[in-house]
Design a protein around this ligand. Structure first.
Ligand code: NAD
Length: 289
């Protein structure tokens, strides 16, 4: 019999669709149990059209919080009473905290990225980063890095709808963080890409390239551009070591995988819900290896 659940147990959850593959319930419930916190966490399959009802239910059930995944991350913004600076600039939330009926939307994808680098001994303040991608993960990273004091960001993307999204992101960053230099280039211009990487401290892939089942693909075709001083990081976490990271590692670069970003974005949300540090190291070993 479940001894942990009582009449007072608080509820948290994940909304989005699909969610049945999510590792979040296992991760959060383990953390709650480990720290003796009287909460339980479930995943709810919610399409965009049901976001309004899900938020109303969150208030009715006095849920402490919710994580939000695709395709609901932008839709939930409309229903928040307050937004964190990052969530406001990005225009998307992955974490909602319910303080007695007042909902605050946060975005911990970017903080997870920054923390993942920090845990690997890489500081972003004053640095230059070249980042490939302009989708959800990329935007969160770009905004958070600007807020956290990165000096310059060069964004590369193919000329799809995400390229237009990047133009808007740059406008928004410039309003809030005018000191941060942000450039946007067409990913087809490989000479420009390699030139920007040559003057960068950090290179990040924030596209789907290299993700299972296309493990043989890399955003960087010319591996001679990798130099030892360059930190190379990927948001893709399936596989744990993408081709880009393997190539960079072989060239002597420090590499940081995407699984840590996933872990730390969860840990940042855990702290927002509970005020406590998630037992990240244990969770990493149990669920993320
Ligand atoms: P998205 O759909 O919002 O963005 C996709 C991006 O990939 C866009 O910039 C698009 O232009 C680019 N892209 C797609 N196909 C491409 C191709 N063939 N060549 C070049 N660019 C291409 O997706 P997202 O939510 O930002 O997710 C991107 C990746 O990040 C996924 O692999 C996802 O699993 C991963 N992700 C990881 C974390 C984490 O915590 N590590 C968090 C969120 C997303």
């Amino acid at each position: 019999m479940e001894k942990r659940i009582s009449g007072k147990t608080g509820l948290l959850g994940l909304i989005g669709s699909p969610v049945d593959h999510s590792g979040s319930p296992a991760m959060y419930n383990y953390g709650f149990q480990k720290l003796g916190l009287d909460y339980a966490y479930l995943a709810f399959d919610i399409p965009v059209e049901e976001v309004k009802d899900a938020i109303a239910a969150m208030k009715t059930f006095k849920m402490r919080g919710m994580n939000v995944t695709m395709p609901c991350k932008t839709e939930v913004v409309k229903h928040m009473d307050e937004l964190s600076p990052a969530a406001r600039i990005i225009g998307a939330c992955n974490t909602i905290v319910n303080d007695h009926g007042k909902l605050t939307g946060h975005n911990t994808d970017g903080t997870g990225f920054v923390r993942n680098l920090k845990e690997s001994g890489v500081e972003i303040k004053g640095k230059k980063m070249t980042i490939i991608g302009a989708g959800g993960a990329a935007t969160a990273i770009q905004v958070q890095c600007a807020l956290d004091g990165i000096k310059e960001i060069s964004i590369f993307n193919v000329k799809d709808d995400f390229y237009l999204k990047a133009e808007k992101t740059i406008e928004n960053i410039k309003k809030d963080v005018p000191d941060c230099i942000v450039n946007l280039f067409d990913l087809r211009d490989k000479n420009k890409l390699y030139e920007e990487i040559a003057s960068s401290d950090i290179l990040a892939n924030a596209t789907l390239v290299g993700m299972h089942p296309h493990e043989d693909k890399s955003s960087i075709e010319d591996t001679s551009i990798f130099r030892k001083e360059l930190v190379v990081t990927d948001v893709v976490y399936l596989p744990r070591k993408t081709k880009m990271l393997a190539d960079a590692e072989a060239a002597g670069c420090k590499t940081v995988g995407g699984i840590g970003m996933l872990l730390w974005q969860g840990a940042e949300a855990f702290k927002l819900y509970t005020g406590q540090e998630m037992p990240a190291q244990e969770i990493k070993e149990l669920f993320f290896s």
